[in-house]
Unconditional design. Structure first.
Lengths: 305, 273
């Protein structure tokens, strides 16, 4: 899906070039390469070089879309991203594939649970983590439309379609999937699905939960978060990322200043991923509907104190 | 472009050296050694090689010069001022709060700077991206990248060189300011580069050396580079701290502040005859 969306965008804008580092078969940028061979560059297994070269291309008027596994962008090429993409405010689009635990069988070496923390701490960087097919397509188009560096964190698996095709999508504006009174579930990435399911379960138990798809982690939609916290008085965050520095941390930072309420974070409790079937390792990492439901009830109880 | 007057260029380089020492002394910090070693290379490029418009620094048809060894910023700023990108008076703002002349070049602040630099080893890769962009868009400008030799210890340089050859970027010229000294000591002692020219050649570049303190030699090498059908590397033999006797070849002068006493000696030595 990502590969096809890229091909469509490439047809409309000749400035778009795609760079990959020997994973174009995995990231599906090979589709762009087949459609526009002149505008596709495989840099081999050399991510730092690829990111710096993208900066050189952007400085020359092109719109480079850099694609590889998430951790190789955020960590392997982190200095290049910082020094030559963010500090320079160049128009480079960094697409991190196989984010979170989605490269499940390959294990911790290939999984990315630190990238949001790194990327959102870099000035001028925009950080987007779409949750389904519709929002991934729209996030990619919005990233290219946006003038400046964008980091787009996408999952490996076909994440399914959760939104209608006409779902509005604006960088920096969270999507309120449902509005409740008792607790707000804030999620980013495919785990938005967990939050949706948890809200259904909570509803059956008489707890009225809001669900927010916080697809943009930076700039953060603090207005929406503050409004939600003000109404429900309790927040649970859900992320396929370390709970240190990620979505939960970003939400806490905003709410501490705008509307302090109890916030419980569901995510990897400061440990690495592992190999296994995707549902199994998500469960072992604590990313389950049960865990979100339990956190929601606990957060609700905390506000009552 | 006017025929080079190499005798005049020697005098001009002496003036540039004076200004570099002045502004680093005034700033209270800065990298004198690697700035002084790159003077003739920069002056030759900006004087007789690069196409540019100082009053229109973003002119699309300009040649691109990427300073990878960003700590030579004082030398680059001094040359940019001499060529009209900056008011010479602004040079004294080097490294001061609010200045466009950051300790290491910031492309968003200083006109004529093609890429922000400071973290080493990235410039060749940037040049690769620029040369690919030029080829894709059918532009006729060329890309020149100036790297330090100590900097070549960073692995990314070699990724960049591999890509330059792999993509066949014949309009990319890498110039090595081979002054033989890095912050902690001689390059050969800290981490030897071995046979640098052979390594560059093995990576698929056309390679030759030149005397990096002789503008005629630098210019001749660049003319040679422009006739090659693959990316080129010019290894410019230079002296760190060139022109100030006590700085020459001394790693201590990689980035030491210049005291008033040392400044007085440097200015005497750079007074010319």
């Amino acid at each position: 899906m990502f590969g096809e969306a890229l091909v469509e965008l490439g047809a409309a804008d000749e400035r778009i070039v795609v760079l990959d580092a020997d994973v174009s078969s995995s990231t599906q940028t090979k589709l762009f390469g087949a459609a526009y061979p002149q505008r596709f560059f495989n840099f081999g297994i050399a991510e730092a070089n690829m990111v710096s070269a993208a900066a050189g291309m952007a400085a020359s008027g092109l719109v480079p879309v850099v694609s590889t596994f998430t951790l190789f962008i955020a960590l392997r090429a982190g200095d290049q991203v910082r020094a030559q993409v963010a500090y320079t405010r160049l128009n480079v689009k960094l697409i991190g594939g196989y984010a979170g635990l989605s490269d499940f069988a390959d294990g911790a070496s290939h999984q990315s649970v630190e990238d949001i923390a790194v990327m959102r701490a870099i000035p001028h960087m925009t950080v987007v983590s779409p949750s389904d097919i519709t929002t991934t397509r729209k996030a990619l188009a919005a990233a290219i439309e946006h003038d400046g560096p964008v980091f787009l964190r996408v999952s490996r698996d076909n994440v399914g379609q959760a939104y209608d095709d006409d779902q509005p999508f604006t960088i920096g504006r969270g999507i309120r999937i449902r509005q409740g009174r008792d607790v707000t579930l804030v999620a980013a990435g495919p785990v938005v699905g967990l939050a949706r399911e948890a809200a259904d379960r909570l509803a059956a138990e008489g707890v009225d939960a809001s669900v927010i798809d916080l697809h943009t982690i930076k700039p953060l939609d603090a207005d929406l978060l503050a409004e939600e916290a003000g109404r429900t008085g309790a927040v649970v965050t859900v992320e396929e990322h370390n709970v240190l520095g990620g979505v939960g941390s970003a939400v806490c930072e905003a709410l501490c200043e705008r509307c302090p309420v109890p916030v419980l974070r569901v995510g990897l409790p400061d440990h690495f991923g592992e190999s296994g079937a995707y549902p199994d390792i998500l469960a072992r990492a604590g990313l389950t509907v049960d865990a979100v439901v339990a956190a929601a009830k606990k957060a609700q109880a905390m506000k009552a104190r | 472009m006017a025929k080079p007057d190499f005798a005049a260029m020697r005098d001009e380089c002496l003036q540039l050296r004076n200004t570099i020492v002045d502004i680093i002394h005034g700033a209270g910090s800065g990298h004198t050694g690697g700035s002084l070693s790159s003077v003739e290379i920069l002056w030759t490029l900006f004087g007789h090689v690069l196409r540019y418009r100082p009053d229109e620094p973003d002119w699309a048809g300009r040649d691109r010069f990427v300073l990878s060894k960003g700590h030579a910023a004082p030398a680059l700023y001094t040359v940019l001022a001499a060529k009209g990108f900056l008011d010479r008076a602004e040079l004294t703002s080097l490294r001061k709060a609010g200045s466009r002349l950051q300790g290491h070049p910031d492309m968003r602040k200083c006109p004529g700077v093609e890429m922000s630099a400071g973290s080493l080893g990235m410039g060749i890769s940037v040049g690769v991206g620029m040369a690919l962009a030029a080829r894709l868009t059918g532009a006729d400008w060329r890309v020149y990248v100036l790297v330090g030799d100590g900097e070549l210890q960073e692995g990314q340089n070699w990724e960049g060189l591999m890509a330059a050859a792999g993509f066949g970027l014949d309009r990319l010229t890498v110039i090595v300011d081979h002054n033989g000294v890095q912050l902690d000591g001689p390059v050969d002692e800290i981490m030897p580069l071995g046979d640098l020219e052979a390594k560059l050649a093995a990576f698929g570049l056309a390679v030759r050396g030149c005397d990096g303190h002789d503008c005629a030699s630098v210019l001749e090498a660049v003319h040679w580079a422009r006739s090659q059908d693959r990316p080129q590397a010019i290894v410019a033999r230079t002296v760190k701290g060139k022109g100030v006797s006590y700085m020459e070849g001394e790693s201590a002068w990689h980035g030491k502040p210049i005291s008033p006493e040392d400044y007085a000696i440097a200015k005497r030595e750079l007074a010319g005859t």
